[in-house]
Design a protein around this ligand. Structure first.
Ligand code: SAH
Length: 354
C-alpha cells in the first residue's frame, strides 16, 4: 500500500513496525494530507525512519502536466501525469461559493456508455486513494487555492473502483487531513446498483448523482450497457435506499440528446420513476464526440424540457456549461492530447486562477 493511501491507524502501526513511536505516523499523515507534500526526506521525521520508508515503501505522486484555460469563463482543464506515465484529466471550476474540482477515479473506464469519450479505449487501471487525493493537493498547491467542492465525475466509474474510492473519501474527510465535509462531495455513477447498497451501508453522506439519461430499459441499455445488468427500477431503488440511509438528496443526471430522450413520454416516465425519491434532475446538454454524433437540443429546447419537468412537479436545474471551448467533457481532453490534437486548445502553463 502506498504510504499516502494509508489511514492514520495504518501509518501508526507501520512506523511502530519500524521501531518508532506511533506519533511519527501522525506526523506522516499530516505531512501528506494537511501540508499536502510527498517529499518526506524534508519532513521532521527522523532520518533513519525516512530512509527505511523510502527504501521499502511506495509514495504516489501526481503532477500537473498541462493546463488549459477557457477563454469564455474561468474554467481550467487539467491533465495530470501519474508515476507510471498514465495521464488522467480533471477540471477546475470557479463558482461564487468557491473552487470545485472534478477528478478522475480510473485511467479509462470499462462501462462502455456510447456517448462518453473516457470509455472508448477501455479500462487501463484503477486509481489508488493517494492518486485521487493528490489530484486535489497538487491543484491546490499549484494555483495557491483551496478546493471547496470535489466531484467524482472525471474519467472512470467510482463504484467500479469501490475500495479505493471509499478510502479516498474517508481520508479527505478526516479531521487530521483536509477535513472536507461529505456534503461538499458529489459521486457520479452510471448505476452499479449492488455497490450503491454497499456504499449506503458505509453511511458516507455525499451527494450521489445517477447518470440516468433515458427512461425505458430498452433505450437506456442502448446508451449504457450497465443497464443490462441492473434495470432502471432496480437502480433507482438502490439510490432511494442510499438517500434514506444517508439523509441526502439524489441528483439525477440527464444528458439531453435530440430525438433520443427528449420526448413527452420521457417526461411522464421521469415523473413516475422519481416518485417518492428525494431527488432533483440535472439536465446536461450533450457534448457530441466522434463516435456519437447525435445533436444536442438547442438552448430554448432544453429550457422547454426543464419547464415541463418543473410543471409536473420535479426539481430541475440545467448544468451550466463551463469550459465549452476546452473539451471539458469527460475524457475528451485526454483523448485529444493522446492523439496529438490538443494544441488546438489554448494552453496556459503557469497562470493562477485566484
Ligand atoms: N462514470 C460516472 C462518472 C463519469 S461521467 C458516471 O457515469 O456517472 C460524468 C457525467 O458526464 C455522466 O453523467 C456522463 O454520463 C456524462 N457524460 C459523459 N460523456 C458525455 C458527453 N459526451 N456529453 C454529455 N455528458 C457526458
Amino acid at each position: 500500500m502506498q504510504l499516502n493511501s494509508c489511514y492514520l491507524d495504518e501509518l501508526k502501526a507501520l512506523v511502530q513496525k519500524y521501531g518508532h513511536k506511533s506519533f511519527r505516523g501522525n506526523q506522516l499523515y499530516t505531512f501528506f494530507h494537511s501540508s499536502k507534500r510527498t517529499d518526506i526526506e524534508n519532513s521532521n521525521i527522523p532520518k533513519d525512519l525516512t530512509e527505511e520508508l523510502i527504501k521499502n515503501e511506495k509514495i504516489a505522486h501526481v503532477e500537473i502536466l498541462k493546463d488549459y484555460s477557457s477563454k469564455i469563463d474561468e474554467t481550467k482543464k487539467l491533465l495530470y501525469v501519474l508515476d507510471d506515465e498514465n495521464i488522467i484529466e480533471g477540471s477546475l471550476m470557479k463558482y461564487k461559493y468557491g473552487n470545485s474540482l472534478c477528478i478522475s477515479t480510473q485511467v479509462g473506464c470499462r462501462m462502455g456508455c456510447v456517448f462518453c469519450a473516457s470509455t472508448k479505449a477501455g479500462l487501463v487501471r484503477n486509481l489508488t486513494a493517494a492518486e485521487m487525493l493528490s489530484q486535489i493537493y497538487t491543484t491546490e498547491n499549484k494555483y495557491s487555492i483551496k478546493v471547496s467542492n470535489v466531484i467524482l465525475m472525471g474519467s472512470g466509474e467510482p463504484l467500479d473502483n469501490y475500495e479505493n474510492v471509499v478510502r479516498f473519501l474517508k481520508i479527505i474527510h478526516s479531521g487530521e487531513g483536509k477535513n472536507l465535509s461529505y456534503r461538499n462531495i458529489t459521486l457520479s455513477t452510471c448505476g452499479v446498483a449492488e455497490n450503491i447498497y454497499k456504499f449506503a451501508d458505509e453511511k458516507i453522506p455525499v451527494t450521489l448523482a445517477l447518470s440516468l439519461h433515458n427512461t425505458d430499459n430498452e433505450s437506456r441499455s442502448e446508451l449504457m450497457p450497465i443497464n443490462r445488468k441492473y434495470s432502471i427500477e432496480e437502480t433507482l431503488t438502490a439510490c432511494k435506499y442510499y438517500t434514506e440511509k444517508t439523509n441526502t438528496r439524489l441528483t439525477v443526471e440527464y444528458t439531453l440528446i435530440k430525438g433520443v430522450n427528449d420526448f413527452e413520454k420521457n417526461l411522464q416516465d421521469l415523473k413516475r420513476l422519481l416518485k417518492g425519491i428525494n431527488s432533483h434532475v440535472n439536465l446536461i446538454p450533450l457534448n457530441p464526440i466522434e463516435e456519437y454524433v447525435k445533436a444536442r437540443p438547442k438552448n430554448n429546447e432544453i429550457e422547454h424540457f426543464r419547464k415541463k419537468l418543473e410543471d409536473i412537479g420535479l426539481n430541475v436545474t440545467i448544468r451550466r456549461e463551463l469550459g465549452a471551448d476546452i473539451d471539458a467533457s469527460c475524457g475528451q481532453l485526454r483523448r485529444s492530447f493522446k492523439e496529438g490534437n490538443s494544441d488546438k486548445i489554448h494552453s496556459t502553463n503557469q497562470q493562477g486562477i485566484s
